[in-house]
Design a protein around this ligand. Structure first.
Ligand code: ACO
Ligand code: KIV
Length: 581
């Protein structure tokens, strides 16, 4: 006999052609003169981390005490001054953790306020207050759902009964905190959440909060926190902003109220909702690191912080050691940060595609050239300087078959100090693309470096390699050279070749032409130092032209003349290799 639920499950599956019969659009609030669209966020909100409550309650494997403590310390180190540390009436474990925080000297920084959540049930409220009591600063966070769906289906309450449930809870909180004698006084704060605010009638949420405020009687110095959750994100972010502006402008004694946001991410727009909600007048934002939390998560505080930061607004949080933050949260939550998670994913600073790499490497070079004069961060495709989160530029450019010459050149420059001329970048970029395409995977910098060595015979000699040479001068523009050249393949062996010209390069061209009847000319040539001091080396890049073809060669040596001659041999060997294919 299948249960009712299973009977429902036998209904036809799959999306409806016309969902309007099953899903109704959210009816927003009428707010004809909304002001939030014309505003800009200019300062960070008050932050509350609910990682240890909303985040933890949604974990398949909730954090144990040790993990919670590690996470709590991380949140304090990041700069959070309000931390919801749990739901202590849920279990002895939850209760014990809060007591451990309160009773262990120095665990809660002086400027940090801990909070804990309680339903509007007196015994649970008292248990929660018992957990918090003794903390220097503590906020009791009371909630009950107020939307029609929850009134009808969960509580089977009328609006009046829902209002009374909130008032009863507020009275219990007030009696057990403000009006209670305490041996070690706690600086009590009160937060009320009309849960399912974003799906409730705006005027009813307002009515409930007005009633709660009258009971708590806040002051300007210590405002009551009205936390207005998008418990389930039901509509576009603009409607949440309208609801927030409606509440913020209509609640009485606004100066005694802290309007707080608590968006969830069911529609994937929690960040937008949180930002528009701040434009609409909110003072505070609750969320979790990397968007952990119920279902699709709470709003991601990391993204919100960096969205402020990259607009030039300090978030008052420090995510400089972002990798460590990721490591700790992944270990505690047993949920990994998505590789493309804004700012934090391990692919977010990475460009594989050639045009992006080219733009980024040019942008980084331009930034490096001007940053002492103009430190404004303006680099194509990079909204944030990876250095600001202790990431390396080298991790930005990664190479696969989608990459181009710019990325390859960038990696050789940053990892080997080789500054390839543009035409050589084109030549070697094509070699890398073919190699990566054939392998069908990303190439590591080691593989690219090895491929460069192989292509230009830097590690193993090619068809022709220079063993030694003697250069003599016959005047300012007249040089003679005698080279010992090692020949591989056909006519293999060592031979001495001689030639003359206006410099070493033209002299060796003459010698190669005489000995091997190889007719070619030197095209482009460039050289630069690698490193500095006693370990400095010379890198030479030579283009040779023969039979209307162009081939590049590379030479690296302690001596700049040797590096140039080696580059010529490299180019000729490359020509011989390519012609033999
Ligand atoms: C949106 C949010 O994330 S809210 C936070 C949710 N987090 C949690 O619930 C985690 C911890 N919860 C728990 O450990 C348990 O739910 C407890 C200990 C709080 C309560 O356990 P129980 O007494 O067994 O109740 P249960 O868990 O079934 O909760 C449902 C009951 O509480 C009532 N209830 C639910 N929320 C509230 C609320 N905010 N205020 C008052 N009553 C509430 C429901 O109407 C229902 O009452 P009923 O059994 O008379 O129909
Ligand atoms: C308890 C409240 C703030 C909550 O978690 C929600 O509504 O999502």
């Amino acid at each position: 006999m299948s249960t009712n639920f299973e009977k429902i499950a036998h209904v036809a599956r799959g999306m409806l052609k016309d969902p309007s019969k099953k899903y109704k659009p959210f009816q927003g609030v009428h707010l004809p003169n909304r002001q939030w669209p014309g505003r800009v966020i200019t300062k960070a909100p008050r932050w509350l981390s609910t990682d240890l409550r909303d985040g933890n309650q949604a974990l398949p494997d909730p954090m144990n005490g040790e993990e919670k403590l590690k996470y709590f310390k991380l949140l304090c180190n990041l700069g959070f001054k309000e931390i919801e540390v749990g739901f202590p009436s849920a279990s002895q474990t939850d209760f014990a953790f809060v007591r451990h925080l309160v009773e262990t000297p120095g665990l809660i920084p002086e400027d940090v306020t801990i909070s804990a959540l309680s339903p509007s049930r007196e015994h649970l409220i008292n248990r929660t207050i018992e957990a918090l009591r003794g903390s220097k600063n503590a906020t009791l966070h009371l909630y009950n759902a107020v939307s029609p769906l929850f009134r009808d289906v969960v509580f089977r309450n009328s609006r009046q009964e829902t209002l009374e449930l909130a008032k009863k809870g507020a009275r219990a909180v007030t009696m057990a905190t403000k009006h209670a004698a305490e041996s070690t006084p706690t600086n009590w704060g009160f937060q009320y959440s009309p849960e399912t605010f974003s799906d409730a009638e705006p005027d009813f949420s307002l009515e409930v909060c007005e009633a709660v405020k009258s009971i708590w009687n806040p002051s300007t110095a210590k405002p009551i926190i009205f936390n207005l959750p998008a418990t389930v994100e039901m509509s576009t972010p603009n409607t949440y902003a309208d609801l927030i502006e409606y509440f913020s402008t209509k609640i009485s004694e606004r100066e005694k109220v802290c309007v707080s946001l608590h968006p969830h991410n069911d529609r994937g727009t929690a960040v937008a909702a949180a930002e528009l909600g701040q434009l609409a007048g909110a003072d505070r934002v609750e969320g979790c690191l990397f968007g952990n939390g119920e279902r699709t998560g709470n709003v991601d505080l990391v993204t919100l912080a960096f969205n402020l930061y990259t607009q030039g607004v300090s978030p008052n949080l420090d995510f400089s050691k972002l990798d460590e933050v990721i490591r700790i949260t992944e270990a505690c939550n047993k949920i990994n940060v998505h590789p493309r998670h804004p700012y934090a994913g391990n692919l977010v600073f990475t460009a594989f595609s050639g045009s992006h790499q080219d733009a980024i490497s040019k942008g980084l070079r331009a930034y490096d050239d001007r940053k002492n004069v103009d430190p404004t961060w303006k680099v194509p495709y990079l909204p944030l300087d990876p250095h600001d989160v202790n990431s390396e530029y080298a991790a930005i450019i990664r190479v696969n078959s989608q990459s181009g010459k710019g990325g390859v050149a960038y990696l050789l420059k940053t990892n080997r100090g080789l500054d390839l001329p543009r035409a050589l970048q084109v030549e070697f970029g094509a070699v890398v693309k073919d190699y990566s395409d054939n392998k069908g995977k990303e190439l590591t910098i080691g593989e690219i470096s090895d491929l460069f060595n192989t292509t230009y015979f830097l590690e193993f000699p090619g068809r022709f390699s220079l063993d030694d040479y003697t250069l003599s001068s016959n005047g300012p523009r007249s040089k003679s050279i005698s080279c010992v050249v090692d020949v591989k393949g056909k006519n293999a062996g060592r031979c001495v070749i001689e030639g003359s010209g206006n410099g070493p390069m033209s002299a060796v061209v003459d010698a190669m032409r005489r000995q091997f009847n190889i007719a070619f000319d030197i095209g482009q040539y460039s050289e630069h130092a690698i490193g500095s001091g006693n370990s400095v080396k010379a890198a030479s890049y030579v283009e040779i032209k023969c039979n209307n073809n162009s081939f590049w060669g590379v030479g690296i040596d302690d001596d700049v003349t040797s590096s140039g001659l080696k580059a010529v041999m490299s180019a000729i060997s490359r020509a011989a290799t390519e012609v033999a294919k």
